[in-house]
Ligand binder design. Structure first.
Ligand SMILES: [Zn+2]
Length: 315
């Protein structure tokens, strides 16, 4: 997996930058999964590179591609970061660097730890002198309290999305809203397949949770069946919530594109551009959908109605 190479030059968070000369034992980076991992790898590259993190030399590239033996990225083995995982992390922290002064041990998704915190605590508090621990979490919560207090906490801001870099799905949905009924059908399909792929990871982790649940309790008793049912209902609510969040993200993405100067470029097939009156109308129409989103009994029907309206405005 490559997370950075190929993109424009990335810059290291200023707090991390400030500690490069004398790295601390442990850091906790708080923010979006991808952004925190990027920062952790950039920090690792800066520590390992002979040029302070040029992002061009073989060492830097190796780190960014997660191929450097001294910059390890630990990912959980199951649905949670388990006690077993924690013991593996402790073992890894005791390795000696293959080259140079430091090895960097990056632990992803620390918010998913269960009973692993006490096992990790000592290592995070006092890792071997040659090991720098970097814990990544999307948010802080009570179970992370003790770990957190042993780390330098760094909030990683999400990169602002640039209007010029339109994601291809927004543009292909909009392109399809061209007044034809096949276009509307395509747009609706694309919309829902985007949502499904957005929540695929959640569904997979839920499947594992259920497996784990079934494995961990004796499933004969009636009480456990009730528990399982409650658990499944809770998962269904999670999916519904994630689906609505995903809808909000896609639709506000569409609104952004509609109001941006590059919008006309997307509709290059049609000669005329949509005037701003039309654009405002489209944005308003999407707002109405968003307002009723949580109460919609049938998303498919409502989205089709929305796309028919937008298609009329745009054509
Ligand atoms: Zn370098």
């Amino acid at each position: 997996m490559t997370v950075i190479t190929g993109e424009k030059k990335q810059s290291l968070n200023p707090i991390l930058q400030a500690t490069l000369q004398n790295p601390l034992n442990a850091y906790m980076l708080i923010g979006d999964d991808e952004e925190t991992l990027k920062q952790a790898l950039l920090f690792g590259a800066s520590l390992k590179c002979h040029d302070g993190g040029c992002l061009k030399c073989p060492v830097c590239l190796q780190v960014l591609e997660m191929q450097n033996p001294d910059v390890m990225v630990f990912e959980r083995s199951g649905a949670y970061l388990s006690a077993d995982d924690a013991r593996k992390i402790v073992a890894l922290s005791k390795r000696t660097p293959k080259s140079g002064k430091f090895q960097i041990l990056i632990v992803t998704e620390v918010h998913l730890l269960t009973d692993a915190a006490p096992i990790l605590l000592k290592t995070v508090e006092e890792p071997p002198e040659t090991t720098v621990m970097i814990l990544l979490t999307t948010h802080l919560e009570p179970k992370l309290e003790t770990l957190k207090s042993r780390c330098l906490q760094v909030k990683i801001k999400q990169k602002p999305t640039q209007v010029n870099q339109i994601d291809t799905s927004s543009s292909s949905i909009l392109k399809n809203l061209n007044g034809t009924s096949i276009g509307i059908t395509n747009a609706v399909n694309e919309y829902f397949s985007n949502i499904e792929s957005n929540i695929a990871a959640l569904k997979e982790s839920q499947r594992l949770e259920i497996e784990e649940f079934k494995g961990s309790v004796e499933m004969q008793g009636k009480g456990n069946m009730t528990l399982l049912r409650l658990f499944e209902e809770q998962q269904k609510r999670q999916v519904r919530k994630a689906r609505n969040l995903s809808q909000r993200a896609i639709l506000s993405g569409l609104q952004k594109v509609i109001m941006s100067p590059v919008y006309d470029g997307i509709l290059s097939d049609s000669k005329e551009s949509v005037d701003f009156g039309g654009r405002f109308k489209a944005v308003d129409r999407i707002n109405i959908y968003l307002k009723n989103l949580d109460r919609n009994p049938n998303d498919n029907l409502q989205i089709t109605a929305l796309f028919i309206d937008l298609s009329e405005i745009f054509s």
